[in-house]
Design a protein around this ligand. Structure first.
Ligand code: PPS
Length: 569
């Protein structure tokens, strides 16, 4: 049997207790104050309990934390580059005062671990951001989290694990370090190179991983992060389905896949070193580090947070000490003339190269375009297409906004009939008045109530669109802020087509179908839109209907035409 690489610090720091102790802890926990862990803390806890973060046995105490910030070392001298801290709020501090033990739970109240209270302190977050992430810019996702979402205090202490956070997805692909080490051992391989990823894998990645495993003369571990990655990333369900398809393209037994419940920080070089230590704990001897490993991309002005190969340099500096080798890679590009992938530094002058970025790929999927064979595999693209169908198969919301009496409901009804005629699916209509008698019953017309009403409509619409349905919304929606929130929420799920139903106040007032303008002018109704409450005119609508100049049919036709141009019909 192959001798496996030792965990970082010499042994696996698993903190799960046995059955007998578990029962004791459960009964003790009833009288202890609880902390409900955030998603990120849950990920950290899982790796603390399973040994993924060996040699840590709990959340960092102050001396260890300061050492990690200063020179990436715990107080015992062991290398550790990322602070693993339990951040808590001022209220938590009051609640736990005087207690030596705290129950750590998930949102459902499930007891996961008991924390033996160590240090409690208020960290210097500016210093932490500067030391760890080399920036205090909130454009860096981990800095934004640190400054705006993490609690003001840190609570350190060792853990007694009651159970790992439960996962119900892909149970056969989830392994603790001990389990993965056992799998590696049973396959008789002593050299394993890990590939860290938070993105789908295509031919470039396949080529790169093939080269890496050939180079080390060992096996490949596809080790994707399924805890927390960068916002906007493709969800892990889709990714894992696509990795499973990719696995078929490797020679039998050459590659294995295991899911890593890590909460990434996008911390560039320090994070790369952390990844290396974690992979060592899982029994890997090598880690592939490519261009801009674990980087958060660039700032809005285009400045990168880290140099493209800084991560490789830092890991190289410490590889001997960590006892895991890096397999560095340059960006892989496709050279169509020779029909091969090669690292960008092997491209000869004048040689044509091709690449498709993640954003470009999503655009192509949305447009229903063919994805070239040189870029990816059929099985992988099939999986991505299920999550990112072409526009014609996506849901969409037509969001009509305009003054009372501008003609929103009339157009909405006509559009609903027209879409029902054209599409073979139901079309939901969330009209202002209908919503207010059902979904938003009891809400008035204060600024706050209107926002709640409009955002509720946006939420329901986003759910319908997520399920690939069609919805027409027709509230006044007078405030830009609410419309913008809805747009963002709905666009994440499919199409958002805003229609400004534009009729002047004079025209609406002249129509006064419900007699409300007269009442508003007489002061009987207060806060009436257009009279004594503002209507913020939108300047970003996909369609503008002039109901004082067009017929209903013409307005409806304008919207249908736009839906056709955008590819939703
Ligand atoms: S909002 O601002 O988007 O929440 O408004 P909405 O839900 O569309 O409701 C508008 C309908 O409520 C009637 N109504 C009022 N409108 C505006 N301001 C005040 N103060 C008000 N009080 C009652 C009015 O009939 C609106 O219907 P529509 O269909 O727009 O004419």
């Amino acid at each position: 049997m192959a001798a496996l690489i030792e965990p970082h610090g010499g042994s696996l720091a698993e903190s799960l207790v046995d059955q007998e102790r578990r029962e004791i802890l459960k009964s003790i926990s009833v009288n202890l104050p609880s902390i409900v862990l955030s998603d990120r803390q849950l990920c950290d806890l899982e790796l603390l309990l399973s040994g993924g973060f060996s040699p840590l046995r709990g959340f960092l105490n102050q001396e260890d934390y300061e050492g990690v910030l200063r020179d990436m070392r715990l107080s015992c001298g062991t290398l550790w580059p990322i602070p693993i801290t339990l951040d808590i709020t001022e209220e938590d501090v009051k609640r736990i005062k005087g207690h030596r033990r705290i129950a750590l739970r998930d949102v459902t109240g499930l007891l996961l671990a008991i924390l033996h209270v160590g240090d409690l302190w208020k960290p210097d977050k500016q210093l932490e951001a500067r030391e760890v992430f080399k920036t205090v810019s909130e454009e860096h996702p981990a800095v934004e989290y640190l400054f705006n979402r993490a609690g003001m205090y840190y609570l350190g202490g060792n853990l007694e694990g009651v159970q790992l956070p439960p996962h119900y997805d892909f149970p056969n692909l989830r392994h603790t370090p001990r389990q993965l080490r056992e799998i590696i051992r049973s396959q008789g391989s002593s050299r394993v190179v890990a590939f860290q990823t938070r993105n789908p894998m295509h031919r470039a990645h396949k080529e790169l991983t093939d080269r890496a495993s050939q180079e080390i003369g060992g096996k490949l571990l596809i080790h994707p992060v399924v805890g927390m990655t960068k916002s906007g990333d493709i969800d892990h369900y889709t990714r894992v389905r696509s990795y499973k398809k990719l696995l078929n393209y490797y020679p039998e037994g050459q590659a294995l896949i295991s899911l890593l419940p890590l909460a990434m920080r996008m911390g560039g070089p320090r994070e790369a070193l952390w990844h290396a230590i974690i992979r060592k704990n899982y029994g890997c001897t090598h880690l592939i580090i490519g261009r801009d490993h674990a980087g958060p991309g660039t700032m809005k002005d285009g400045t990168p947070f880290y140099g493209p190969y800084d991560a490789q340099d830092l890991v190289r500096d410490y590889a001997k000490e960590v006892e895991i080798d890096l397999v560095p890679f340059r960006l892989m590009v496709y050279a169509p003339e020779s029909d091969v992938y090669k690292p960008i530094d092997e491209v000869v002058e004048g040689e044509e190269t091709l690449n498709i970025s993640g954003t470009q790929l999503r655009g192509m999927l949305s447009n229903g375009e063919e994805i070239p064979e040189w870029f990816s595999y059929k099985g992988v693209i099939e999986e991505l297409r299920k999550t990112y169908p072409p526009r014609g198969l996506q849901g969409f919301a037509v969001f009509l906004t305009g003054l009372s009496g501008s003609g929103k409901s009339t157009i909405a009804n006509a559009l609903q009939a027209r879409l029902l005629e054209l599409l073979s699916c139901p079309v939901t209509l969330l009209d202002g008045d209908v919503v207010r008698t059902n979904l938003s019953k009891g809400l008035g017309f204060s600024r706050e109530d209107r926002s709640t009403n409009v955002q509720r409509i946006g939420y329901v619409a986003s759910e319908i669109v997520r399920h690939r349905g069609v919805v027409i919304c027709a509230p006044i929606a007078p405030y830009e802020e609410d419309r913008a929130i809805n747009r963002r929420r709905i666009e994440r799920e499919g199409g958002y087509i805003q229609v400004f139903v534009n009729a002047s106040l004079e025209v609406c007032e002249r129509r006064d179908v419900k007699g409300l303008y007269a009442k508003a002018r007489a002061g009987i109704i207060k806060g009436f839109t257009g009279i004594d409450d503002p209507y913020e005119v939108p300047d970003n609508s996909e369609v503008v209907c002039r109901t004082d100049e067009e017929t209903v049919e013409e307005s409806t036709q304008l919207i249908v035409k736009k839906l056709r141009v955008l590819g939703f019909l």
